[in-house]
Design a protein around this ligand. Structure first.
Ligand SMILES: [Zn+2]
Length: 142
């Protein structure tokens, strides 16, 4: 007796960022397991997302510095319905905003945490998630 497998649906391509030349050092650092952030040499402001000028004083004198990436969960929500087919196989996704110890906030998602374990204000640390050719900066409890 033969069995017939159900027709396979083509798997959608993962949705990943398309780095710009300005942001490439950020992505290169993630691939190496580091979090690098721009720092303004003129006024001392930390800058995120990557830009060509300081968001505080407009200076083009930005330098990349390696930080720990540690921060605090600023807010979150749990996505229970996939918004695109690319997320249809994913479990509930904890979408989060993390405030880095240096000050900037970034949008990310949490890994290695249960819904009951998520608390605004909890300490979090980087989780380097490989997605195709890119490494994404996600977070997990510290
Ligand atoms: Zn500045």
């Amino acid at each position: 007796m033969t069995t017939t497998a159900a027709p396979q649906q083509p798997q959608p391509a993962p949705i990943v960022p398309d780095p710009t030349p300005t942001a490439q050092p950020f992505w290169d650092a993630l691939a190496a397991g580091r979090v690098d952030l721009q720092h303004c040499a003129e006024c001392g402001q930390w800058v995120y997302y990557p830009r060509s000028r300081c968001s505080a004083c407009m200076s083009p004198n930005l330098v990349w510095e390696t930080i720990s990436g540690a921060g605090t969960l600023y807010t979150y929500t749990i996505a229970r319905q996939p918004t695109t087919p690319a997320f249809s196989e994913a479990p509930d996704l904890v979408l989060a905003v993390v405030q880095l110890d240096e000050g900037p906030k970034l949008t990310t998602s949490l890994e290695n945490v249960t819904e009951d374990g998520v608390r605004i204000g909890m300490r979090v640390k980087p989780y380097f998630h490989r997605a195709g050719d890119l490494t994404l900066l996600r977070y997990q409890p510290a």
